[in-house]
Ligand binder design. Sequence first.
Ligand code: SF4
Ligand code: SF4
Length: 78
Amino acid sequence: MSKTWYPVIDYEKCTECGICFDHCKHGVYSKRESRIIVVEGENCVHGCRGCQSKCPSGAISYVGDDGTTKGGCCCSCC
Ligand code: SF4
Ligand code: SF4
């Protein structure tokens, strides 16, 4: 994946609640049985932290996140 910003799920923390899947409007996630996986990282909006802010387990981080990235999305996913 060449994109510089996309989510990564820590499966040690993930409880498979599905909130990130339900929250994201950009088709980044898919479900394989109960497990949520990143299938279209290219669709993730640079700087958006919408799903991370909703994850109750703190399981989502971002490739490309140096702690200073700000941004977001024009839709309601953030
Ligand atoms: S950061 Fe935003 S665009 Fe990217 S997967 Fe999460 S909700 Fe979707
Ligand atoms: S919101 Fe967090 S705990 Fe729930 S499925 Fe997504 S990564 Fe896992």
